[in-house]
Design a protein around this ligand. Structure first.
Ligand SMILES: [Zn+2]
Length: 195
């Protein structure tokens, strides 16, 4: 279920196909990645195709996808990435300001061409990772245009070659300064107390 590329540190775990038919849009993008120049890439391209359950649900990482939690606990990846996809109807809820009030998580930020970046579920973020780990969740449109595909492919490659959270933030700050400033502010609002 987990495929391994490369060896040594840092260990990166990329997962897709987290629920429902999401895998149809996202799994191949992980399978097409090249081994990283340094360190390890672990991929789980299809976590589950069972009926949709949100990763914000308290049962997601325990009973719905216990094998994903198991992988996180086993490999303790300092770099962890979830690739999700969204339908047009879900877009406002993902980037909406009310997301923090409703679900206790920061809103997603649109990076470019419908590719959104956000935090992973607090169900795993606080329990299994340290504040300086890189945990990032990307959302891409279902039935993506070529431009969206090219943006997400590039971002997956950036995370696949980065060494740390700092390295990723440095890349993003250089290429997407406004979006990254908001994302970092959201992150610190949520996890700043852990420092
Ligand atoms: Zn999803």
């Amino acid at each position: 279920m987990i495929q391994r590329f490369g060896s040594g540190d840092p260990v990166r775990l990329f997962v897709a196909g987290l629920h429902g038919d999401e895998w149809e849009t996202t799994s191949a993008l992980l399978e097409q990645l090249s081994p990283p120049d340094t360190g390890t890439l672990l991929i789980m391209p299809k976590v589950s195709d069972n009926e949709y359950l949100s990763t914000l649900d308290r049962d997601y990482y325990t009973t719905y996808a216990p094998h994903l939690r198991e992988a996180i606990v086993t490999y303790k990846p300092p770099i962890y990435l979830e690739l999700h996809c969204y339908s047009k109807e879900s877009y406002p809820a993902l980037i909406g300001d009310g997301r923090f009030e409703r679900y206790g998580v920061p809103a997603y930020i649109e990076i470019e061409a419908g590719i959104l970046m956000g935090s992973v579920s607090p169900r795993v973020r606080t329990d299994f990772f340290t504040p300086d780990n890189l945990c990032v969740s990307f959302e891409m449109p279902r039935n993506p245009l070529e431009q969206s595909l090219s943006v997400i492919r590039n971002l997956l490659n950036v995370v696949n070659e980065c060494w740390s959270r700092q390295g990723f933030v440095a890349y993003m700050s250089q290429h997407y300064p406004e979006q990254t400033a908001v994302a970092v502010k959201n992150y610190l609002q949520f996890y700043g107390h852990l420092y």
